[in-house]
Design a protein around this ligand. Structure first.
Ligand SMILES: NC(=O)c1ccc[n+]([C@@H]2O[C@H](COP(=O)([O-])OP(=O)(O)OC[C@H]3O[C@@H](n4cnc5c(N)ncnc54)[C@H](OP(=O)(O)O)[C@@H]3O)[C@@H](O)[C@H]2O)c1
Length: 224
């Protein structure tokens, strides 16, 4: 059975990803910042205490995994920051924090676990981006903090897809839709179950041809 490691697996989309991959028989590993949150993880899955913003914590995770092959590294954890930041309302401290969590941490996760992914059969890395990070699809403007963080994550994804190609890896970004989670809010379009059902199909269908692409949860491609 393939193995998936999901960051931020204690709630929201990360937890639903853990539930659906575990139910499908995948060996499911998840990171949480607080072990109490891992209590919700599905039976048979394994929860690791790890702060993805802390290089030492990531190095400990890599050590604990003891070279275990990871077929899919799903960098899911992320934050929005204060809403409606634009001209005159930018809080630069929270912008820095959002960049740290949404851009630096996923890259650091890849740095820490790239050998585990390389040792697997599938060799796939999935970055949880957002359509709001697409420059080509940005007709609405606004939300400069969240948008710029996911645009930067997209740039990281694209570069990794080129850099890790020689190690036969597939690196993609995904948009989960607008989903009813703590981040998405109650008025969102999709339930986590609906979004993750689509994301799971995207992951299961990945081939080397998918490398360097940005997929919506329904499998359609999104312009970078
Ligand atoms: N919901 C949507 O509509 C939507 C749309 C587009 C993209 N996304 C993306 O989907 C991903 C998951 O979002 P969600 O909707 O499930 O949101 P959520 O319910 O707010 O969950 C966020 C997850 O990220 C983790 N996280 C938040 N801040 C963190 C930090 N500073 N350091 C480490 N981990 C942190 C949380 O862990 P803790 O429990 O420890 O806080 C939690 O596991 C994010 O990358 C988000 O940008 C969501």
């Amino acid at each position: 059975m393939p193995t998936i490691l999901i960051t931020g697996a204690g709630r929201g989309l990360g937890l639903e990803l853990a539930k659906q991959f575990a139910a499908a028989g995948w060996e499911t590993l998840g990171t949480v910042r607080d072990l109490a949150k891992g209590a919700a993880m599905p039976r048979g899955s394994q929860t690791f205490l790890c702060d993805i913003n802390d290089r030492a914590s990531l190095a400990r995770l890599a050590r604990d995994l003891k070279g275990k092959p990871i077929d899919v590294l799903f960098c899911n954890a992320g934050m929005y920051g204060k809403r409606k930041q634009g001209v005159g309302t930018v809080d630069y401290d929270t912008w820095a924090e959002v960049m740290r969590v949404n851009v630096f941490a996923p890259m650091a996760c890849v740095e820490a676990l790239v050998d585990n992914v390389a040792a697997s059969t599938r060799r796939q890395i999935v970055m949880m981006s957002s359509r709001m990070g697409s420059i080509g699809a940005n007709t609405g403007g606004g939300e400069v903090v969240y948008r710029s963080s996911k645009a930067a994550l997209n740039a990281v994804t694209k570069s990794l897809s080129v850099d890790l190609r020689e190690r036969q890896m597939t690196v993609i970004a995904v948009h989960p839709g607008w989903v009813k989670t703590d981040m998405g809010g109650g008025g969102a379009d999709l339930t986590p179950e609906q979004s993750v059902a689509g994301l799971k199909k995207v992951v299961e269908g990945l081939t080397p041809v998918s490398n360097g692409k940005f997929f919506n949860y329904d499998g359609t491609e999104i312009v970078w």
